[in-house]
Write a protein that binds this ligand. Structure first.
Ligand code: PHE
Length: 334
């Protein structure tokens, strides 16, 4: 009984003291074991009674121990010993991929101009990727984009541009149409610092009454100034795309070498960032849009190229190698 009193009175304040309690009373050199050892000295006629007492005592100590253990092992709710003024442990959060950062910026600039976002499938049929875009079979301009076909079946392919999404929008909506189409596109090119077999585009389409080439230019000027700042130099060059007429490519002054001449601008000081033009009447007619009533402009840009200029990335392969030293440089950017 005196042991019982001692045990009841023992002060146990934390998990370590619970363990000390266990060692003291229940351990291999603890009190319960020691009393058990004494049993051999108890006269035979008292053995039965002593055994009962000992058992009762053992259960008492074990019950007490279990109680203490439950109290201190899971004592998160007892906040009295936590110092809330200590600085917290840093949580390692990931960083956004540079291509996502730049795509989000491009999208948000066009959203402010009233463009809606449209998406479509990566695996496309020939019609949406080529046919509807005024690239009938055997059109030589199909060679401009080396296409991946699915199982060599010419009716299924990986989209070579997100113009295929514009086709799907024109199929399902009536003018006025004002959409941008961000997405991944695929071309069968040898991977190098300057080319990859997939990349990302944002293409835009605006169809309405009295939409003019001046609207196209103004929209794209606004975009590059928002993206690269008011001092950026811009030039338009006449170009050719089967789905636009007239067509133009837009260059901006090279931000990598700042005019000194480098591999990215091939020592010209200018970098092409997008293709554009007035939607070809045939494309409109393909979707039953009256080309006498409506006109439209379209443009398409590569997210990799814009990111390269914005962050001075000199090798396209960095975007898909998952090298943490590259990716961690974009901490904090959204
Ligand atoms: N679809 C073209 C490409 O991927 C870009 C483009 C879009 C050009 C719209 C003109 C108009 O190369």
């Amino acid at each position: 009984d005196s042991y019982k009193q001692e045990i009841e009175a023992s002060s146990v304040l934390n998990a370590e003291e619970v363990e000390a309690f266990r060692i003291k009373y229940l351990g291999t050199k603890g009190l319960v074991k020691a009393i058990m050892g004494e049993m051999k000295n108890v006269p035979n006629e008292q053995k039965k009674q002593a055994g009962q007492l000992l058992n009762e005592f053992k259960v008492f100590v074990e019950t007490k121990f279990e109680g203490l253990k439950a109290q201190f092992e899971n004592n998160d709710s007892d906040a009295s010993h936590i110092d809330f003024s200590l600085p917290g442990d840093a949580v390692a959060v990931g960083t956004r991929h540079p291509l996502s950062i730049v795509r989000n910026r491009i999208v948000s600039i066009f959203k402010r101009l009233g463009f809606a976002i449209a998406e479509g499938p990566d695996i496309e049929d020939d019609w949406h990727n080529f046919g509807a875009m005024n690239l009938p079979e055997d059109h030589p301009a199909r060679d401009m984009q080396d296409t991946f076909y699915i199982n060599q079946n010419p009716s299924w392919l990986l989209r070579t541009h997100t113009s295929s999404v514009q086709a799907r929008v024109m199929e399902n909506q009536k003018p006025p149409i004002r959409v941008i189409c961000p997405g991944r596109v695929y071309r069968n090119e040898t991977i190098s610092a300057r080319a990859h077999c997939f990349f990302h585009q944002v293409e835009g389409l605006y169809i309405g009454e009295n939409v003019s080439f001046a609207d196209l230019k103004q929209t794209l000027y606004f975009f590059v100034q928002e993206m690269f700042g008011k001092d950026i130099k811009v030039r338009f060059r006449p170009s050719y795309f089967p789905f636009t007429e007239p067509s133009a490519e837009m260059d901006i002054s090279c931000l990598i070498c700042e005019g000194e001449g480098c591999n990215v601008c091939k020592h010209t000081g200018w970098v092409e960032i997008l293709g554009s033009g007035m939607v070809h009447p045939k494309v409109l007619e393909n979707f039953g849009i009256d080309s006498n009533k409506y006109t439209g402009f379209a443009f398409g840009m590569g997210v990799e190229r814009i990111t390269q200029l914005k962050y001075r990335v000199n090798d396209l392969r960095l975007y898909s190698q998952n090298d943490i030293r590259f990716l961690q440089q974009f901490t904090g950017a959204v």
